[in-house]
Design a protein around this ligand. Structure first.
Ligand code: GTP
Ligand code: MG
Length: 437
């Protein structure tokens, strides 16, 4: 019960039978009497952590049984506010989402030269609810909507069938389709620059920049599994807004420390990281997803526990499996093994090397320690970095003090400008809120 109470993120300060001291002259208290009065108030006050949706009247009535309540105050957790600010700061805006759909529609117009009834759909973080401003635009060319493709009878009773050149495999067909569309984009796509056909990848794609919108785009075809994964993440994100906030915060933290990168390589991808957050939520006792009763009660404590969980996870032996919600023995030797929920023989983090995994674990340990300190050492109950006056989540986004990771940060292109403005924004928002209060 105590654990549950401490997870609320909102505090209810209830002062019981406060008796004020006198000692004023002409309504003006001496410093001494002011201090005495405040100390007496403090001695007769209790701080109670409770659920954010607690019925105030009921609680006061209950507490009145134990004594007279002179005054009471509600406090909100600062860390909780920071997580919300961070999510709001980064999340995709309505106009940005519309622009993403518009680019899909433009792409469709180009692809329609070859496949008249095709559609181009966004997937991944543009639509799964975990997108950050500046994230890439993942699209897939859907040929299932072509009426002849599925050989359905039209109203007239006539059957329209597109003839395809026989090919060796579905993969070969996908590669050919993307090859011609890539060519077309390169030659005639308005505003499409830097077109690269990456056809030998496990999932063949055409990568390009769409200059008018500023989006980095990945176009795939025949990629239904990715659409399923997108839906899975979307559903989990919708179960409770705090799932989204936790994923967003962990993603920001990982980006700030070079655990993830916009360049493909041996880094942990945002997709893998999101699955790791979901797995952690499933493994909590009691599980957070899909049974979300407890999520109501959780705020920033989840972040702390997330770091603890992965700081000690037996990555050397175990695989992460969100289908079962259980870790399982690794079927292969990859440093990080996260089973693909829809293609169980595949590892979605196959690309991650030992160094990257080690960086991730070390940062989890460090961040868990920072948050632990926030609970035990800071007078306000938040993590404070005395050199920069940042605190809480913002402290977690500062450069790591772990030597190896610091070196790594120096080499990579720092996200420092964005992080700096984010820190400013967090400070500003907190300041604003304090002024309002
Ligand atoms: P960001 O682009 O980094 O913001 O996140 P994202 O979720 O869009 O990731 P990414 O662009 O790397 O991939 C787009 C989508 O493809 C993901 O959301 C998944 O749905 C899917 N995806 C990515 N990697 C894998 C993988 O290894 N296996 C499967 N099945 N799907 C993947
Ligand atoms: Mg993406």
């Amino acid at each position: 019960m105590l654990e549950k109470i401490s997870l609320q993120g909102k505090f209810f300060n209830c002062c019981i039978s406060v008796s004020l001291s006198s000692g004023e002259k002409n309504g003006c208290k001496s410093l001494h009497s002011l201090l005495v009065e405040r100390q007496r108030q403090a001695e007769k006050s209790v701080l109670i952590s409770c659920q954010s949706k607690t019925n105030e009247k009921k609680l006061l009535k209950y507490l009145s049984r134990h004594g007279d309540i002179k005054r009471h105050f509600f406090y909100e957790s600062y860390l909780d506010r920071q997580i919300t600010s961070l999510t709001e700061f980064y999340q995709l805006t309505e106009e940005n989402i519309r622009l993403r759909f518009l680019v899909c529609s433009l792409l469709k117009d180009i692809a329609a030269a070859y496949f008249p009834e095709c559609t181009v759909k966004p997937f991944g973080s543009s639509v799964n609810g975990f997108g950050k401003l500046g994230c890439d635009l993942d699209m897939f060319l859907d040929l299932d909507s072509i009426s002849g493709w599925t050989t359905e009878l039209t109203k007239s009773g006539l059957l329209l069938e597109y003839q395809m050149k026989p090919a060796n495999s579905e993969r070969a067909v996908t590669q050919s389709i993307l090859s011609v569309i890539g060519e077309c984009l390169d030659q005639f796509g308005p505003g499409c620059v830097g077109v690269h056909k990456i056809l030998n990848a496990r999932c063949p794609l055409v990568r390009f920049s769409h200059q008018p919108s500023g989006f980095q785009c990945d176009l795939t075809a025949n990629n239904r599994v990715a659409m399923k994964s997108t839906e899975l993440l979307y559903v989990y994100g919708k179960l409770d807004p705090r799932v989204q906030s936790l994923v967003c915060t962990v993603r920001c933290w990982a980006r700030a420390h070079g655990i993830t990168s916009s360049i493909s390589g041996a880094w942990i991808t945002n997709f893998s990281l999101t699955i790791m957050v979901l797995f952690f939520l499933q493994k909590r006792n009691p599980p957070i997803i899909p049974t979300l009763d407890h999520l109501q009660d959780l705020a920033e404590e989840l972040l702390c526990e997330f770091f603890e969980f992965y700081a000690t996870f037996p990555f050397n032996r175990m695989s992460i499996n969100i289908r079962k919600g259980q870790e399982q023995n690794k079927p292969e030797v990859s440093p990080l093994h996260i089973q693909n929920p829809f293609e169980s023989s595949l590892n979605i983090s196959q690309n991650v090397n030992t160094t990257q995994l080690k960086n991730f674990v070390t940062l989890c340990q460090e961040s868990s320690w920072l948050l632990y300190q926030s609970k035990t050492m800071s007078p306000k109950g938040v993590a404070v970095d005395s050199t920069t006056t940042t605190w809480g989540i913002a402290t977690l986004l500062l450069p790591s003090r772990v030597p190896g990771i610091k070196g790594h940060r120096k080499r990579r292109e720092p996200a420092s400008e964005r992080i700096k403005s984010l820190l400013e924004s967090l400070k500003y928002k907190t300041q604003q809120k304090k002024t309002k209060d």
